[in-house]
Design a protein around this ligand. Structure first.
Ligand code: BT5
Length: 244
């Protein structure tokens, strides 16, 4: 079993912040869940919004020997959430590197953060899933959706957490055994593969997305040449369908 312990809070600033600041005393495989985050965040300190008691926000702390595959844990988490939604009849797609979408709207965001100490990496995998939210802020109004909005059902948060944990246990085991089935899930259900997208890096330019490689990097074609992009500095700010 990968997940060994679950700690529940009514409110925290951020489950990921808690995981990082307590990583020394927490054992690997600890999940920190909060019914509400007062300062949930995404990449580049962007705000992660949640509705008190209605959504699932949690972080999983793992301590692993450092290796170049660690960043694949974003794909591990994405495949775990995708599989959970699928089991509940919700058809999602995975937008590399860290978003789960349903019909172009974001239902889940994932954030991987690492602290390296003496060759051991403490990895905090933060996952936010919109579960029962029926309304979003003005900013997210056209961009977000929830499980409840997609199915008309109301879910028990703990039940959804248990399902995601089952799925995480399977996918992290795959990752540790280098059986990268989770990567196939990300490829087969990718929102980007086979599309031309704009990459916003210094300048905005178009690339064709070909694949996700064995280290979780985006394989793109730029001016006929294949290149590999790593996650965090790249923002994909516009996507349109156009097969190469
Ligand atoms: C992410 O960042 O999508 C990663 C979010 C990770 C949140 C989890 S919750 C548990 C743990 N504790 C934390 O404090 N964080 C993690 P990014 O790709 O940067 O996307 C952020 C953007 O998503 C924001 O700028 C909004 O546009 C949008 N957003 C914010 N809240 C949202 C929500 N509930 N649903 C859909 N989109 C949202």
């Amino acid at each position: 079993m990968i997940v060994k312990k679950i700690i529940w809070f009514d409110q925290l600033e951020s489950t990921s912040l808690y995981s990082k600041s307590h990583q020394k005393e927490l054992e690997s495989g600890t999940i920190i869940v909060s019914k509400h985050q007062s300062a949930g965040y995404g990449r580049l300190q962007r705000k992660w919004e949640d509705n008190i008691n209605d959504d699932l926000t949690f972080s999983l702390l793992l301590k692993l020997p450092f290796n170049e595959r660690i960043s694949l844990l974003t794909q591990v988490a994405a495949a775990s959430v995708f599989n959970t939604l699928k089991a509940l009849g919700i058809n999602a797609s995975i937008k590399w590197p860290n978003d789960i979408l349903v019909k172009d709207r974001k239902i889940c965001g994932i954030l991987l953060e690492t602290i390296l100490e003496k060759n051991i990496v403490s990895v905090t995998i933060g996952i936010g899933i919109n579960v029962n939210a029926l309304r979003f802020s003005k900013k997210l109004h056209n961009k977000a959706t929830s499980m409840a909005l997609e199915t008309g059902c109301n879910y028990e948060i703990k039940y959804i957490l248990d399902l995601v944990i089952d799925s995480l246990n399977n996918c992290v085991k795959d990752f540790l055994e280098k059986t990268d089935r989770f990567l196939d899930v990300c490829r087969e259900n990718s929102y980007l593969i086979g599309k031309n997208v704009y990459l916003n890096q210094d300048d905005i330019y178009t690339v064709f997305v070909k694949n996700i490689d064995e280290l979780g990097r985006l394989v793109v074609v730029v001016n006929g040449k294949e290149e590999k992009y790593t996650g965090s500095e790249v923002s994909l700010n516009c996507v349109y369908d156009n097969k190469e």
